[in-house]
Design a protein around this ligand. Sequence first.
Ligand code: ADP
Ligand code: GLC
Length: 474
Amino acid sequence: MKVLFATSEARPLVKTGGLADVSGALPAALREIGVDCRLLLPGYHAVIAGAGNQREIARLNDLPGFGEVRLLEARMPDTDVPVYIIDYPWHYQRDGGPYQDASGHDYPDNAWRFALLSRIAALLATPLSPLEWRPDVLHCNDWQTGLAPAYRHFIGGGAPTLMTIHNLAYQGIFPPDLVGPLGLPASSFQVEGVEYYGNLSFLKAGLYYADWISTVSPTYAEEIQTSPLGMGMEGLLASRRDRLTGILNGIDMADWNPSSDLHLPCEYSARAPSGKKRCKLALQQDLNLEIDNDTPLVGVISRLTYQKGIDWIVAIAERLVADGAQLAILGKGEAAIEQACLALAARHPGRVASVIGYDEGLSHRIEAGSDIFLMPSRFEPCGLNQMYSQRYGAVPVVFATGGLKDTVEDGVTGFVFTEPSVDGLWRAVQRALSLYHDKPAWRRLMQAGMQKDFSWEASANQYTWLYQLLVLAH
Ligand code: ADP
Ligand code: GLC
């Protein structure tokens, strides 16, 4: 089984969120069970600088709208997974992030940048590919690769396509007059096609033309077939429900392992948990929180967006502090939410610490140093931090949605609340805080989470079955 995994970010080369964790880990897990999975990535600075053993394998001169595009073959650092890199500096080698410039504005030519990624993904999956290696399945991820199933459909022939939704909130919506220039037939611009409320949607294109759709948890697969979590795509998704599967993400159990984590001041495990206390004291010191092992330390690591329910956390913060807890927030995102977090820390020195920025090492140290982890997302396709938290003995408090509901067991490995409100969150936090002082009960909760198996193996097997089904049905 050969699979081309097309994605716009992959750890450790380039990451803005969970998609990068999945793209970094799933292909490697697939290779371990015998699937020849290879990545396709845009050649951002970080990718060109970080991928090993690069060599040119093709030059593409006849892509309408683009100049000469070079295709490189290389290896992912750490895992050695083969990666095809689209070397087109004009589109990809920029100073900012993969989607936005340094000041947080979307690049104005994102439609072109990700149409190119989609186009090459499709090309490599058809008989027109310049490469000898031809995938049996083209696996696309999120809107950035959403046009690939459409291009593959219009080229005709080639591998079946799987479109994975990591987050339906990002739909890749662009003006309708790009349809022709991007090489899509005018006839595709209709409800039964790429059109979405008068615009062109890359994600809709993927959901409409892909042979199969998957998303990253069984609960989210159900939720997106109705409003509001279908975010306008619920009709299409419900009509394709017999080709829509939820496969839960795993986590990188080697990267996120408290007994061998080089980011931590000290190691610990479910069997030998005492090091967690040292991690907590070191974190309190690092973040200028009062150093006290008996104070419950509550951690948050998140993109700071509406999705993540950070405003609910801000709303309970005063009560949390009044109840004797500490709060450590690490995040980056919308300016208003960043400001609210900073203001909280300013009001409660020694009790609340807010670090605005992206810091992988600190994210590991917060998981290790926290007693409780908050993730009250309004919706969450899968979510990774609640799994990292269980593994690190930071008992998660989550809203019952998507992958949070599928991975946290209320009263067994964490606290799950069902009323989407500040009060709902607060009641769950109160349950956590009161149990925290019952040491044996708390230890049981921590241990149960730390012993859970969140490895990629089970998911990789499910993807393999799906690939086989797609090949057989094609
Ligand atoms: P999403 O992809 O919606 O942001 P996930 O929970 O799936 O949510 O994945 C988020 C990933 O990004 C996790 O690996 C998390 O640790 C990481 N992360 C988020 N914000 C930060 C930050 N400010 N610093 C370091 N890591 C972060
Ligand atoms: C998205 C989702 C998150 C999921 C991640 C990886 O960013 O918001 O829930 O875990 O993709 O699939």
